[in-house]
Design a protein around this ligand. Structure first.
Ligand SMILES: [Zn+2]
Length: 359
């Protein structure tokens, strides 16, 4: 199969679905990496360049606020909206120079955080009026802890609004276990950690006529990395969901759903590969890249310990300056390198390394 051509810059509208369809045909998925500011954003784009692939870059609510500054007033999510909008402009300008296509996304949004998505959509609608394109490719709503009806109905309202500006919606059915961005699902009843294919069919029936959407289905996947054996992944839930939608609605396409794998960090490669075979086109990665950023910085600090005790004076002489070692760029770049390397590994694990033609 010929490699799919994708232009650098933020990818929106139909092209997002075309990329996902191509992923399903070639049995690959894109990493969706959480970023918190220019350092991780630039490292993510650098990794995509090396992988010769589009990448999904996403802000969590906390990540968006952090991009604006953790101490900025966040009344009514204004800080998190501003951080997300500023991040979008940063990525829009630089992704073209890096020469990589970016699917720009925001992560989990529970009902209490809807003012965040509302604010981003207002900014996106204004931007669309000016340029004919949205600021973001997609947003996620996560109402998975609510009754199914409430979850799907609210998603339907948002999808109607987002479809008008060529955006895609990610929904969550069933709960991702573990803990992330201050949301703790470690105590959730285990039956909720596995999505029922019937629920996926219900969501499909309501959302399909309204616009483009992806489904984060729970198959035992968990945020964070835990001791092996704690997590029982059952990717066949994804397969059963595809089959149910296909057979119940008489669809020819083998994998009608675009599925999302949350909590990819620490997952066994065989389970990742199996999930991709069932139509997973996006795998979220956060904990593994957080570790990949922090670990080399710790090593830098350990190695340069005696140069970081004061501004002047080190083992080479008590009047020697330490400016070069103290400069945050010196150690942040180590974090960026580690982050990018781990992401390149993710592209390889997801079989998307060098699967595209970026021109
Ligand atoms: Zn997640």
């Amino acid at each position: 199969m010929a490699r799919m051509k994708v232009k650098p810059g933020i990818t929106t509208g139909n092209q997002v679905q075309e990329i996902f369809s191509y992923c399903k045909e070639t049995q690959c998925a894109l990493p969706a990496v959480n970023v918190i500011g220019s350092s991780t954003i630039n490292a993510a784009m650098y990794a995509a360049k090396q992988a010769n692939s589009p990448i999904i870059i996403q802000f969590s609510n906390g990540g968006a606020l952090f991009n604006a500054g953790k101490y900025l007033d966040n009344t009514n999510e204004r800080g998190a909206v501003a951080g997300a909008v500023a991040g979008a402009h940063h990525i829009r300008i630089l992704s073209e120079l890096y020469g990589v296509p970016v699917i720009l996304h925001t992560d989990h949004c529970a009902r209490k955080l809807l003012p965040w998505v509302d604010g981003m959509l207002e900014a996106g609608e204004t931007y669309y009026k000016e340029t004919g394109k949205p600021l973001y490719s997609s947003h996620m709503l996560d109402l998975s802890e609510e009754e199914l009806e409430d979850n799907i109905n609210t998603c339907a309202q948002y999808l109607e609004r987002m479809a008008k500006i060529d955006m895609t919606l990610e929904i969550e059915l069933g709960v991702t276990g573990g803990e992330e961005d201050g949301v703790d699902n470690t105590g959730v009843d285990s039956s909720k950690l596995y999505t029922q294919p019937e629920d996926v069919l219900k969501a499909y029936d309501v959302l399909k006529p309204l616009g483009k959407f992806t489904v984060a289905a729970a198959f035992g996947n968990t945020h964070g990395v835990y001791k092996p054996g704690n997590v029982k992944l059952r990717p066949e839930i994804l397969k059963n969901s595809q089959e149910m939608v296909r057979t119940e609605r008489g669809i020819n396409e083998e994998k009608p759903l675009d599925l999302v794998f949350h909590g990819g960090s620490g997952s066994e490669l065989s389970k990742i590969t199996e999930a991709i075979g069932y139509g997973v086109i996006k795998m979220n990665i956060d904990t593994d890249t957080q570790w990949a950023y922090t670990r080399p910085i710790r090593e830098y600090m350990d190695k340069n310990h005696d140069y970081l005790m004061s501004q002047i004076g080190n083992p080479e002489g008590e009047d020697k300056p330490n400016k070069k070692k103290i400069d945050p760029r010196a150690w942040m770049v180590e974090g960026e390198k580690g982050f990018a390397e781990r992401l390149v590994e993710a592209f390889k694990n997801l079989n998307s390394f060098d699967q595209f033609d970026l021109g």
